[in-house]
Design a protein around this ligand. Structure first.
Ligand code: FMN
Length: 336
């Protein structure tokens, strides 16, 4: 089944998941460059939006370069969610996504996020209120159920289809599992068999092959990657290449990783200013510089640096010394 978001018609799309403090504009643009077909903002509090809290409204910033892009909102009150959805719509997204999956107690225990899995009537009321408030497509992202004794995902899929949502994303774990244990993809397959709306599968895609396996095993209409994109932002390149012709592209070499990392950091600085961007960027260094010789030493240096020039210099020195080591090793081999 194709997924339609306004003028976008997507066949087997690969999405970057919404992730708090991770999927800001800079990171979304990098994942888009690597081939992500849909990207989402991190979740935004509906209460924060209607109070015009700066922390919430800042997260509404999107760019034409990342389309189609979804803005995700969360909350437990239908009227507040409707109001927040209208504000989100003004930012110009291609869709609005309702978060019905966040397990964190301060969200779920207040009846928002995964808390909605405990009260499907309230979930329907929220979907209805949001859908009626905006004219852009609306989607929902949720989990299998509150816990293993209350798997409600089939009912949720029915509610979403009845209310005219454009897609349902299933993170194949329960609220009780948080991020522990394995995602149970078989539930995605079972829901997909009867669902009357497109299903995006999510949970435990760490490699290109995982994405292919999820498509094949569940027959889902799209897949979504979260943690796998933090540890490997070019996972989208791998997935798209495998889907296209079954080949894996060569992994990024050190120079390409360094260039991408610096481009990403420069975007973040443009958005947030140098000081804040450098603090918040620390979580991304691992993704760019893991699985390489002396990568951990470079990362420990980078997280302590407080200027862009310092980061540029440290990365340049690292790349230069790594390539001189490679050249020396090649010379030793030739001489031998
Ligand atoms: C750091 C982090 C932040 C997250 N923030 C959100 C969020 O804002 N909204 C949401 O729907 N899910 C959020 N999630 C859940 C992911 O979108 C995804 O459903 C989950 O990590 C499973 O996918 P994965 O196995 O590919 O990581 C977050 C996950 C992580 C690791």
């Amino acid at each position: 089944m194709k997924i339609r978001f306004g003028k976008y018609e997507l066949e087997n799309p690969v999405a970057l998941a919404p992730m708090e403090d991770v999927t800001d504009l800079g990171f979304r643009l990098i994942c888009k460059e690597f081939g992500a077909d849909i990207v989402y903002t991190e979740f935004i509090s509906s209460e924060g939006l209607i109070r015009s809290a700066r922390k919430s409204t800042q997260k509404l910033v999107i760019s034409d370069k990342e389309r189609p892009v979804g803005i995700q909102i969360f909350g437990g009150d239908p009227a507040v969610m409707a109001e927040a959805a209208k504000m989100a719509e003004e930012a110009g997204p291609d869709l609005i996504d309702i978060n019905a999956g966040c397990w964190v107690p301060k969200v779920a225990q207040r009846g928002a996020g995964a808390g909605l899995l405990k009260d499907l009537g309230q979930m329907r009321a929220i979907i209805h209120a949001v859908k009626s408030a905006v004219s852009v497509p609306v989607t929902l992202k949720t989990r299998l159920g509150w816990d293993s004794n209350s798997i409600t995902i089939t009912e949720v899929a029915k509610i979403c289809a009845d209310e005219g949502l454009s897609a349902l994303t299933i993170h194949a774990r329960t609220r009780a599992q948080h991020h522990d244990g394995d995602a149970d993809w078989d539930w995605i397959r079972r829901v997909k068999e009867t669902a009357q709306l497109p299903i995006i599968g999510n949970g435990d895609i760490r490699t290109g092959q995982d994405a292919l396996d999820m498509f094949r095993q569940t027959n889902c209409d799209g897949v979504m990657v979260a943690r796998g994109a933090i540890t490997n932002p070019w996972i989208f390149k791998e997935i798209k290449s495998l889907m296209r012709d079954g080949t894996l592209p060569s992994t990024l070499d050190l120079q390409e990783r360094a260039d991408t990392c610096l481009r990403h950091l420069e975007m973040e600085i443009e958005l947030k200013g140098e000081k804040r961007a450098l603090m918040e960027f620390r979580k991304y260094y691992h993704g760019y510089f893991h699985s390489i010789r002396n990568g951990s030493a470079l990362r420990s240096t980078l997280v302590r640096l407080e200027t862009l020039d310092g980061v540029r210099e440290a990365i340049r020195e690292f790349v230069d010394s790594s390539s001189s080591q490679v050249t020396a090793a090649a010379k030793t081999l030739t001489d031998a």
